[in-house]
Design a protein around this ligand. Structure first.
Ligand SMILES: N[C@@H](CCC(=O)N[C@@H](CS)C(=O)NCC(=O)O)C(=O)O
Length: 207
């Protein structure tokens, strides 16, 4: 059994979609970030930065439970454990690493910043709003261009890279007027990935 410590955000859905795709047995434990649940000592003990999501694998290869924090690490770990959505061909795997990296360290932080300045900030700072809106527009364009070249992010196969990107398209990008309008390749990909039963189940965890 795997424990999924999660919350109903784009990052949480990345982990739950991957668990649904693998078919591994798991139970979701829902955290309330507003109440600061992520700073409780039991959770801090399994994560380096007290952020969500994390998993604890009680059926790990070595026998002892293994904890893994962070969406990219969780997806790689589960991909290696099951052989699912993580192609062995080194050339394809290199593209999986590349696009998981782009989503984790380029696209994700752009939308986190956009959310912070547009939604959380008590004062709306025009420079910051424009900076993050432009950065997000650039990131949408990056994904649109890539999906104009290949069916999925890492190439012709549905992989971990698509799992990590889908909740960004379905949740974070929705904050922009028109959502995916004007991005036909991204919209085509999002419709295809979003139709997968495992993705639909994962997007409902924890709620
Ligand atoms: N790089 C991390 C980002 C995780 C993250 O930002 N988690 C947010 C929820 S979506 C969080 O736990 N925020 C609470 C906090 O920072 O205190 C990942 O990809 O998993």
């Amino acid at each position: 059994m795997i424990d999924l410590h999660t919350t109903a955000t784009a990052n949480g859905y990345k982990a739950s979609i991957m668990l649904e795709e693998t078919g591994l047995p798991y139970r979701a434990i829902d955290y309330d970030l507003v109440k600061g649940d992520n700073f409780k000592p039991d959770y801090v003990a399994i994560t380096p930065v007290a952020r969500m999501p994390a998993i604890v694998d009680h059926d790990a290869a070595g026998g002892a439970p293994v904890s893994v924090y962070g969406t990219a690490a969780i997806l790689f770990y589960l991909g290696e454990k099951t052989g699912r959505l993580f192609p062995a061909d080194p050339a394809v795997r290199a593209k999986v690493y590349e696009w998981v990296g782009v989503v984790s360290s380029d696209v994700g932080p752009a939308y986190s910043g956009q959310f912070a300045f547009n939604v959380i900030a008590p004062e709306k700072l025009p420079w910051a709003l424009q900076f993050y809106d432009r950065l997000c527009t650039r990131m949408v364009g990056t994904l649109e261009a890539r999906l104009g070249q290949s069916r999925y992010l890492a190439g012709g196969e549905y992989t971990i890279a698509d799992v990590i990107a889908y909740p960004v398209a379905a949740v974070s990008m929705k904050r922009f007027p028109g959502h995916l309008d004007g991005h036909p390749n991204l919209a085509r990909w999002a419709a295809e990935v979003g139709a997968r039963p495992a993705v639909q189940r994962g997007m409902k965890v924890p709620h």
